[in-house]
Design a protein. Structure first.
Length: 295
């Protein structure tokens, strides 16, 4: 309720003027607010060293600390590849043009990539690569705190004033991306790497799906656009600003909800499998018969 009230109050402020159309920034710049037109998409890759270098360092640390070709390596490489799509591919610049593209990027940054990376338990491998002792790390102890931090960042980023600041200020841009990725990896690590707390994880994910779905519904059914800064971008793609925002809301509400639900179903399946395992593998007990008792 507090986050909803804050979002509504911020939207009621006098709208900022939309940016004039501009050519896409240079390859070494960040994905800040510009208008990326349809014909320019495949030229709009983002190779900012502030993004590329941390990605490469994370990859190197994991591979140095976990020198095996197994499921964990596959999960990390898949998640890392999704981060590259979200932060380096033309999707990044398109996300600074359209609210709907931003929401697609947001799903990759907060659900798909961090969930895959969390399955790889990268903290253990990176600690070993850095020369620290790395014991077995299991999630779940900080699940509630991770869920609160994750949820707060989801709502905060979509508050209109914060959203516009992230698109206009390079420092805020980098800080928000770093915070969201780190918080999302922590969130999914706590929920996916807690075999003794799977029921708690499923309930926490259900609550997360509910409040993010509420935010998606607000964006979908709002009578006005909350993000006038990107109105020129929507018009360049033959959309009204409100249409663009409504598509973004549906992406968060429907696509995001489906992804959370998928993980909840998988957790429920694991819970049921764990409960059935002792019965299926219970040792056979020999029941003495009347004839055997006399022997």
């Amino acid at each position: 309720m507090i986050a909803t009230a804050g979002l509504t109050a911020a939207a009621a402020l006098a709208p900022l003027p939309a940016l004039a159309q501009a050519e896409p920034p240079g390859l070494l710049e960040l994905c800040l607010a510009t208008v990326l037109r349809p014909g320019e998409v495949w030229q709009a890759w983002s190779f900012s060293p502030w993004v590329v270098v941390p990605l490469l360092v994370a990859l190197a640390l994991f591979l140095l600390g976990h020198r095996r070709a197994d499921g964990r390596t596959a999960a990390f490489l898949a998640g890392w590849g999704v981060l590259v799509v979200a932060l380096v591919s033309p999707l990044c610049r398109l996300a600074a043009t359209l609210v709907s593209a931003h929401m697609a990027q947001f799903m990759l940054l907060t659900i798909v990539a961090p969930a895959l990376i969390a399955l790889a338990r990268p903290g253990e491998a990176m600690a070993r690569a850095a020369g620290f002792r790395a014991g077995s790390i299991t999630g779940g102890r900080w699940m509630g705190l991770a869920a609160v931090a994750y949820g707060a960042l989801v709502w905060l980023w979509h508050a209109p004033t914060v959203y516009e600041t992230v698109l206009l200020d390079p420092t805020a841009h980098l800080a928000m991306f770093a915070l969201v990725v780190v918080a999302s990896v922590w969130f999914w690590s706590e929920h996916l790497n807690a075999p003794k707390r799977r029921a708690q994880a499923a309930l926490s994910l259900l609550a997360t799906a509910a409040h993010t779905g509420l935010l998606g519904a607000i964006l979908t059914f709002a009578p006005q656009s909350f993000y006038p800064l990107l109105s020129a971008g929507a018009e360049a793609w033959q959309l009204s600003p409100l249409d663009d925002q409504q598509i973004a809301g549906l992406v968060m509400w429907v696509v995001g909800g489906a992804l959370y639900l998928l993980v909840i179903v998988l957790l429920a399946w694991r819970i049921l499998s764990d409960e059935a395992a002792p019965i299926e593998h219970a040792p056979e007990i020999a029941i003495p018969t009347a004839g055997s008792q006399g022997r």
